[in-house]
Each structure stands twice: as structure tokens, then as C-alpha cells.
Design a protein around this ligand. Structure first.
Ligand SMILES: NC(=O)c1ccc[n+]([C@@H]2O[C@H](COP(=O)([O-])OP(=O)(O)OC[C@H]3O[C@@H](n4cnc5c(N)ncnc54)[C@H](OP(=O)(O)O)[C@@H]3O)[C@@H](O)[C@H]2O)c1
Length: 238
């Protein structure tokens, strides 16, 4: 397969790129960090450097790619709200620009040349299953990705292009290493890659893991808002 992965210079994307190339696939890995891109190249991963939030850079980098079997749009960032009454609108803009608008730019560049039988995977998060404290920006960006993926799945089906939404719980990566709160059932990045690759190969439309954690969050998210708010506020007081 010919596979494109954005956010391949670190964390989940890097592990996916290494595992796919080890399995004999042709992998194009994307990111901004030049040193990390050079490291990918040394492992046999073709590297493309661009800022996913920059329209011109995305179109110039991805606009001519042919014969892709799989595009994993994984690049993302996470910032939390520290002072809700001093809401940082620019922080919301930064998170949305990379996590949502950047995905739109990649889709614009890639979809016209993707053939029947190919697949696009969007990196969401189980955070969009329910409102989590301080996750106003990150959670909103992943809720947008969830809607985008589910709508695209409908609209691209007649064109023979599959769409998967990936919704991890916590995975140990530089992104979560910064967190200052408990991360129940956090999985290693190798396990995340194994599950994502297995489920993408089966054409699963919603990939979520670890199941014990993601099912619990989905269940809590289905409760009336007041019930979940009480649980969340009690947790905050602790
Ligand atoms: N780790 C988790 O627990 C978890 C859970 C749910 C969802 N996710 C999602 O999984 C994805 C990967 O997360 P991760 O944990 O692997 O994080 P990570 O280790 O911080 O990696 C993030 C990747 O995204 C790239 N990236 C960020 N901003 C970019 C930009 N403006 N343009 C191009 N590339 C950009 C980074 O590359 P450069 O620095 O080279 O630009 C890097 O390769 C994210 O979408 C995240 O929201 C992660």
C-alpha cells in the first residue's frame, strides 16, 4: 500500500509510519520538525515537511500525490484552558487551525486524486464523547473531527472511498507526557499502532481503544447532562 501519515514526526503517527514501513508498505510521513523528518527518511520513510495549518503549504505539498491507498490525517496539538474567565481566544484558534482547519486543507488536496477502494482516517479522540474539564478547545476540535468524519463517511461511500474515525483514550506520547492529571488506562504507542493498523485493515469506521476506558466514557456521555456534570464537578473538587 501507499500510505500518507500527517504528524509522523512524533507519537502515534511516528509509530504508525515505522510499523507500516517495517511491514513493507510505502510510507510518506509528514510534519514540520526537520530533524525528525530526516530521521524518518533514514528509516526508509519518505518525508514531507509542511505546516498542516498553512493552506498554501498543504496544497503545494500534497496537491500532486497519486495512487494513495490510505491517508491518516493525524497531525494535532493539545492545549488546555487554565483560567476559564480569561478565555484565550487565540489558543482556541491555534488548536482549531491545526486539528480541524488543517484537516480540511489536507482533504482538499488529497480527495480529488484518491481512487475507489482507498481510505481516509481522521484522528479524533474519545474526548469528544463527553465534556471534560479544561478541554474546551481540544474537545471542541475533536468533536468537529467526529462530525466531519461521520459526514464524509456518508458522502464518500458512493465514490468507493472509506472513512475511519480514530478515537483513542490516553496514549503515552510527548503530547500526553505534558499532562498534569491522572490518565487512566493509558496505553503504549506500540499498542495504539497495533490496534489502529488492525482495525484500518478491516475497514472499521470507528476505531476506539482501550475499550474498557472508551466504552465507559461513551456511557457517561450518554447520561443526562446534569448527571455527568455532578460527577465531573465532584472530581474537580477532589
Ligand atoms: N496521545 C494521546 O493520548 C491521544 C489521544 C487521543 C487523540 N490523540 C491525537 O493523536 C494525534 C497525534 O497525537 P500524539 O499524541 O502522537 O502527539 P505528538 O507526539 O505531540 O505528535 C503530534 C504530531 O503532529 C504534528 N503536528 C502538530 N502540529 C502540526 C502542524 N501545525 N503542522 C504539521 N504537523 C503538526 C507534529 O509534528 P511537528 O512537530 O513535526 O510539526 C507531530 O508529528 C493528535 O491529533 C492527537 O490529538 C492523541
Amino acid at each position: 500500500m501507499k500510505i500518507l501519515i500527517t504528524g509522523a514526526t512524533s507519537g502515534i503517527g511516528k509509530q504508525l509510519a515505522m510499523d507500516y514501513v517495517a511491514a513493507g508498505h510505502r510510507v510518506i510521513g509528514c510534519g514540520r520538525n526537520q530533524q525528525a523528518l530526516a530521521e524518518l527518511a533514514s528509516m526508509g520513510i519518505e518525508s514531507l515537511g509542511f505546516d498542516a495549518g498553512d493552506y498554501e503549504q498543504v496544497l503545494a505539498s500534497l496537491g500532486n500525490l497519486e495512487d494513495l491507498d490510505l491517508a491518516i490525517l493525524n497531525a494535532g496539538t493539545c492545549e488546555y484552558v487554565n483560567h476559564p474567565r480569561q478565555f484565550d481566544g487565540k489558543m482556541l484558534e491555534r488548536v482549531m487551525q491545526t486539528n480541524v482547519i488543517g484537516v480540511g486543507y489536507c482533504l482538499e488536496a488529497l480527495l480529488p486524486r484518491m481512487e475507489r477502494g482507498s481510505r481516509v482516517a481522521l484522528m479524533g479522540s474519545i474526548a469528544s464523547a463527553l465534556p471534560l474539564p479544561r478541554a474546551e478547545a481540544y474537545g471542541a476540535s475533536k468533536a468537529a473531527i467526529e462530525y466531519l468524519a461521520k459526514t464524509l463517511a456518508l458522502d464518500l461511500r458512493p465514490h468507493g472511498i472509506g472513512v475511519s474515525l480514530i478515537r483513542p483514550g490516553f496514549v503515552r506520547t510527548p503530547l500526553t507526557d505534558k499532562n498534569d492529571f491522572a490518565m487512566p488506562m493509558r496505553v503504549e504507542v506500540s499498542e495504539a499502532s497495533r490496534i489502529i493498523r488492525r482495525e484500518l485493515a478491516k475497514g472499521v469506521e470507528e476505531i476506539h481503544f482501550p475499550k474498557g476506558f472508551t466504552r465507559l466514557l461513551k456511557l457517561l456521555g450518554s447520561l443526562p447532562d446534569r448527571a455527568w456534570q455532578q460527577i465531573a464537578l465532584k472530581g474537580l473538587k477532589r
